[in-house]
Write a protein that binds this ligand. Structure first.
Ligand code: ADP
Ligand code: ASP
Ligand code: MG
Length: 815
């Protein structure tokens, strides 16, 4: 014999009723089938009761329920021979008449006593059973089992618990010789006083388990809308993993701590009678599903993560708790007397306080009861006022084999910290089968998603938002696209979830399809804002959001502080933030540390060349910057190289401009400001408290030329300076030297100027657009540490950004 229970999700439409009939008919052994209400009907009945209690007009709600149930009957008409649809409709109308009478009676007095509420709420299950019985009976003999005749609950328990012994005896006397095929409504049974009583929401699972015990079944199948039990609620988190086997204890903990797939009491009777439980998918019946039995498999130590919502935590604390025998017992006795089930307990080792979690809707009652029980202690100050925190949730890790593994708790709490979720209390059961953390309800979904990601998927993940679609931005998008296979091979999930230009912002939580991003972006109406991105990150539960700034925009640079505060990593090629005031620079560093986020700007100096990271590593190792000299502008490096090939300043500049090596207005290169910003970034990195105005800046051309705002005008006027410049060149060459535009850090000061260098100088050989950095430190002297290579261009800059983007992953190891 086996019991098959079909949930509301399996009975949502007439087509699903038919599917269920077919599944039952595939049986090779006697079957007792248990049915929930069709999907949505119990909720509609709950609303009906609410309306009745308010004394409202019930007609629309009653009509809606009637129509839904009668349509289900009608839609089954003609499906199989022998099915008498009009008989089922008559039975349904009879049920609906009873419902109407009960509900209207309640509406008249504005009250709905519990037993009447139970009668009303059980209508959905009664309907499913009468329709299923009629469909099956058209071809087979069917026994209809009435749970009110046997499924007896314990007296006086807050949450109904089945009295298995009595239920078994009553079942024997009423249905001793169960037929080949029996059907039964789930969700309710009988109170010892004979009244109909409910088993709690989702209670049909429990009905099935009790029926399995009473019929002596070997197997209890719970048919639902998912392939089995997953490592996490698959509706909550992407990437949930199906569990093929689990132990009774694991399933019990999982359902107790909130996994809706099983009613929390289902497993106890099954485990006691060693009945195998299988979770199966009605729409995918070939799938083996999840098997729950006495043993678990050798799979992962942590099997699943669950979330129990709507929890309150009550704290009983005070000097009277310390060392007093029996205080804890009195706290729990007080809860037991008021029929409030305590979900979780945590006691401080100093015994100063006991915290207990209770269902949110019981919190008020629990506090009042405790206040009554400890009236005297509260009055004389032995206890502090009873404290209650509401709107909490419990996140639990479950797995039989957790106790064989060290470090699970630390990974769990690490993951919560990664999600920036504050832990309010912690509890672990002594069998180490579960570890729970109490957190704020509004952060619970994020907490579950991040914990699952870190403990199950383990795939490091980056959710990137790219701002600025100029040459560098475009190139970075292309590189991200090209590197997908490499990222996959290296088990890194890098999703570009946002692309923004100055007007539009394209967002896609699953990762933007990169083959046609320009068209998608062009179609976007909304622009970029921190609030929008924050909302998006929250809704999509992104765990590692990174802003990549590929602009040179001042406003965006000034928004980094807010992005870091909102827990985005910031990766930037834009130098404006690091060269704004020293105060802002320090604020950014401090905020990154406070929020445990990365602020990365390797491309601020030398594009893709590894400058900042190397410098930071040396400084972290106790090194100190003594002196720096470098060529930090690719365009000026090119121009100066050409000059020594015999071109005039203006001709060399025109050539560089034609090749796209300069800004559209080369004055922006020749004014030296960009180099000044770069050297300031290095200086600040080395700990010098300097402002941009402190950099002694000598432009390549006189201020008057450097200030020209139009590129063409600048190029027209530039020859004015050729002869002066030529003199400098001639002088240098006569000394066998070369001119270089050099950034210098020396004696705690920064300078940017034209310098004549001889063959023994490290910058003498550098030509043709290269950058070069000669860094003297305490560890690297007298010979400096040299970094040399192309320090401009979209490809190398994008590659530098890409490198920084991947560095956001190392956060896990570092914190
Ligand atoms: P039924 O109507 O069949 O009783 P329920 O909605 O009560 O179905 O339970 C099935 C749902 O339980 C799934 O759709 C899923 O969203 C939810 N669920 C929660 N946690 C889990 C989990 N760990 N594994 C599978 N499903 C889960
Ligand atoms: N129909 C009831 C509910 O929705 C019982 C069940 O489905 O298990 O809670
Ligand atoms: Mg259910």
């Amino acid at each position: 014999m086996k019991v098959m229970k079909f949930g509301g999700s399996s009975l949502a439409t007439a087509a699903k009723f038919k599917q269920v009939v077919e599944l039952i008919e595939l049986r090779s052994e006697p079957v007792a089938a248990v049915f929930s209400a069709p999907q949505g009907i119990t909720n509609a009945l709950v609303e009906l009761i609410e309306l009745a209690r308010q004394g409202s007009d019930l007609t629309p709600q009653l009509d809606d329920i009637s129509q839904r149930l009668l349509t289900l009957c009608t839609d089954c008409a003609g499906w199989r021979e022998g099915f008498d649809v009009s008989h089922s409709q008559q039975q349904t109308s009879g049920l609906l008449d009873q419902l109407r009478t009960l509900a209207q009676g309640c509406a008249m007095i504005g009250q709905c006593p519990e037993v009447t509420a139970a009668q009303i709420l059980s209508v959905g299950e009664k309907f499913s059973t009468l329709l299923m019985a009629a469909l099956l009976r058209s071809q087979h003999p069917v026994t209809v089992i009435d749970p009110k005749l046997f499924l007896t609950t314990e007296d006086d328990s807050g949450e109904p618990v089945a009295d298995i012994v009595t239920s078994q005896q009553r079942f024997q006397s009423h249905y001793g010789d169960a037929e080949e095929l029996a059907v039964m409504p789930g969700f309710y049974g009988r109170h010892p006083n004979g009244d109909l009583c409910l088993l709690g929401r989702n209670g049909s699972d429990y009905s099935a388990a009790v029926l399995a015990v009473c019929t002596g079944a070997e197997r209890c199948e719970i048919w639902t809308d998912v392939d089995g039990i997953y490592s996490v609620d698959p509706r909550l988190v992407d990437g949930a993993q199906l569990i093929t086997r689990m132990s009774y204890q694991e399933a019990m903990e999982l359902s107790y701590f909130g996994a809706k797939v099983l009613h929390p009491k289902t497993i106890t009777p099954l485990s006691r009678h060693q009945i195998i439980c299988a979770i199966k998918n009605t729409t995918n019946p070939q799938h083996p599903g999840t098997l729950i039995s006495a043993t678990t498999d050798e799979g992962k130590a942590v099997k699943a993560i669950s979330k129990l919502s709507d929890v309150a935590m009550i704290n009983v604390a005070g000097p009277g708790m310390k060392g007093m025998v029996g205080m804890a017992a009195r706290v729990f006795a007080s809860m037991a007397e008021s029929d409030i089930s305590v979900i979780l307990i945590s006691q401080s080792s100093s015994e100063y306080s006991i915290s207990l979690c209770v269902p949110g809707d019981e919190a008020d009652r629990a506090v009042k009861h405790l206040q009554r029980s400890f009236r005297l202690e509260l009055k004389n100050g032995m206890l502090e006022p009873v404290d209650c925190q509401e709107n909490l949730a419990i996140i639990t890790l479950i797995g039989d084999r957790m106790h064989q593994q060290k470090g699970t708790a630390s990974r769990f709490f690490g993951a919560l910290s990664h999600a920036r979720v504050n832990i309010i209390a912690i509890a672990q059961d002594s069998s180490e089968r579960s570890i729970s953390a109490v957190v704020r309800a509004k952060r619970a979904d994020d907490a579950v998603a991040v914990c699952h990601q870190q403990l199950f998927l383990k795939k490091p993940r980056i959710d990137a938002f790219l701002i600025g679609c100029g040459t560098v931005g475009k190139e970075l998008i292309a590189q991200i696209n090209r590197q997908q296979a490499w990222l996959k091979d290296n088990d890194i999930e890098l999703n570009l979830v946002g692309i923004a230009n100055s007007r539009q912002c394209l967002l896609d939580a699953k990762g933007i399809e990169l083959s046609n991003w320009p068209e998608q972006l062009a179609a976007c109406r909304q622009g970029l804002s921190l609030e929008r991105l924050q909302g998006f990150v929250r809704e999509a539960h992104l765990t590692n959001p990174v802003i990549i700034d590929c602009t040179s925009n001042q406003d965006i640079a000034m928004s980094y502080l807010n992005y870091l505060q909102a827990s985005f990593h910031v990766v930037t090629a834009n130098k404006k933030a690091n060269t704004d005031t020293l105060t802002y620079y320090h604020q950014l560093q401090a905020m990154a540390t406070k929020r445990q986020r990365r602020f990365l700007y390797e491309t601020n100096v030398g594009a893709g060349l590894p400058v900042i990271d190397n410098l930071q590593s040396l400084l972290r190792a106790g090194d100190e910057l003594l002196q720096f000299e470098g060529i930090l502008s690719g365009s000026l490096s090119y121009i100066f190289g050409e000059i020594h090939q015999g071109l005039s300043l203006s001709a060399a500049t025109a050539k560089a401009r034609d090749l796209g090596y300069t800004e559209p207005n080369p004055a922006e290169d020749l004014n030296g400001l960009d180099v000044a910003r770069k050297v300031l970034v290095i200086a600040r990195e080395a700990g010098l408290p300097l402002e941009l105005s402190d950099v002694d800046l000598q432009p390549v051309v006189p201020d008057e030329l450097a200030a020209i705002e139009d590129g063409d005008e600048f190029m027209r006027r530039l020859p004015e300076h050729d002869s002066v410049f030529q003199q400098l060149i001639d002088q240098a060459e006569s000394n066998h030297q070369k001119l270089r535009y050099v950034a210098i850090i020396k004696d705690q000061r920064c300078a940017v100027k034209i310098q004549s260098v001889g063959p023994d100088h490290p910058l003498y050989e550098i030509e043709a657009g290269e950058n070069a950095l000669a860094i003297n430190t305490r560890y690297y002297q007298p010979k400096p540490f040299i970094i040399r290579g192309y320090g401009a261009g979209a490809e190398v800059t994008a590659a530098g950004l890409f490198g920084d983007l991947l560095r956001t992953l190392s956060w896990e190891q570092e914190h």
